[in-house]
Structure formats: C-alpha cells, structure tokens
Design a protein around this ligand. Sequence first.
Ligand code: YXS
Length: 259
Amino acid sequence: MTARVTVDVRESVAWLTISDPPVNALSATLIRHLTGALDEAQPPAILAVVLRAPAGSRVFSAGHDVSELPRHGRDPLTYDDPLRLAVRRIETHPTPVIAMVEGSVWGGACELVLSCDLVVAADTSTFALTPARLGVPYDMAGTLNLLKVTEMHFVKEMLFTAQPIPATRMAAYGVLNRVVPADELEATTAELAADIATGSPLVHQVMKEELRVLANAHQMTPETHERIQAERRRVYDSEDYREGLRAFAEKRPPVFRGR
Ligand code: YXS
C-alpha cells in the first residue's frame, strides 16, 4: 500500500506531505499514515512539524472521506472517528505543528488545519465548513475547535453558508498566521519553523499543553451532553442526512426537507 503521507526532515523540522489523489480525502488509511508519521516526529530530534499537501495542489484536502461516513443510524463523528483521532493527535503532539496550506480546504480538513498550532496559507487558498451541505451533525469537540480559533459570528457564517472563504477573510478574523503568494509559501513556512526550532522544546511542549487544557476548559453537565447527543442523533437518523450523502454520490445539490 503506498504511503499517503511522506516525511522529509530538514534541520529538526519534519515536513509531512499528505498525498492521496485526486483530493486528499481524509480516509482512515490516510489518517493512520498521518498519526504514524507524527509518532516518528518526536523531540528533541524534531522541534517542529509542517503539515502540507504536494506543491501546487488545487485541493489541499476535500475533508472526511465521504465514502466512509456511516449510512444508517450511526454517529458519523464519534470519539474514535479517524478525523477526531487526527485532530487530537495534532493537538497533543509535543512539538508545534504548522499547517502550510495551498488550494481548497473542505469540511473536516478545515478543522484538521485549524487544530494545528499555526497556519500559513497561500493567498489563493480557500476554506469551507461543509456539514450543512452534507446534512452532517458536526460533533461538539469539533465545533469547539472552530470556536477556539475565531469569533462566533464568523464560525456561524462558515457553518451556515458552507461556502469557501478566501484566505484573506480567514486572516482578517485571526484564523491564519500568515497569508502569502503561493511562490513564497514554503520559504515563509520554513522561516517560521526555523524560528520555532531555536526555542526550548520543553517550554513548547508544556505551553502547548497548557493552552490546549485552558482552551478546552468548559463546564457541561452530563444531562446537557446527553441532550445534545440526542439532538445530533435526530439529525444523523434523518432523511436529510441520507439525502446529503445521496446527493454527494449522485453529484447533485442536496434537497433538504427538514426531516
Ligand atoms: O467521481 P469520482 O470517483 O471521480 O470521485 C470524485 C469525488 O467523488 C471524489 N471526492 C471525494 N471522495 C471522498 N470524500 C470526499 N470528501 C471527496 N471529495 C471528492 O474525488 C473525485 C474528484 O472529485 P471532483 O470530480 O468533485 O473534483 P473537482 O476537482 O471537480 O472538485 C474538488 C472538490 C474538493 C471541490 C469537490 O470534490 C468537492 O466539493 N468535494 C466535497 C468537499 C466536501 O464537501 N467535503 C466534506 C466531506 S465531509 C466532512 O469533511 C465532514 C464530515 S463535514 O461534512 O461535517 O464537514
């Protein structure tokens, strides 16, 4: 089986390239290769990680592999779903992880990119949150991850419109650290990674974990959690969820009827 993720180490920085043509869909196999590559990229040998797609990619990633979304009565985004595993793995990786983005980013791939510690994007890149287009009830951990990186109104615009947002607007809302012309993307990312690599890996690791714990510190009663899960179940058990997946397979716009 060809590796969906290749690793290139340059001066203590591990460059992880996700590549599964034609659209780098986040399949369970690609995520397994990604987490395996991260397992190899440990400090002090590795002091920063860059997550990227092949140079010149028109699509950075089309998000969750839709063919792997459950069809009947199963939660599409559970704790051990590949996307959830990948996001947690990046959030807990002991070194800073920089997403270097070129091309369009869709659905769960947006969350994957935004779960990285920094994001450097080409000025031609776009970001689209697509649950509403597919009828998918996104999960609370994922929704919180979006809310952690920008403002409520902007998260709602992205979620409710499901439209691709240009990198310049993402940066205006503080979501991206750098937006540069595509031909400056790699040099800008390499410079940022080199700066990070001069710092204390012990401090990076503890500060990253402090920020993760503080950002996730939210009160919620078990009853509230169960109520939301029940509401999500009504969505993934709905005809609209089945219509979203059917429309995707049939390459047509979905017709949602609210049932
Ligand atoms: O028809 P073939 O067999 O050639 O396959 C087509 C597409 O069906 C396939 N493909 C995907 N397969 C699995 N999972 C995907 N996410 C996915 N996206 C695409 O790739 C082949 C080429 O696609 P095509 O012909 O559309 O290419 P294109 O260059 O015209 O357009 C590229 C995209 C990415 C703009 C287009 O494929 C697209 O809009 N893809 C869907 C993006 C999306 O809605 N992703 C969300 C996935 S679900 C998810 O991430 C979360 C669960 S949620 O929805 O909650 O956010």
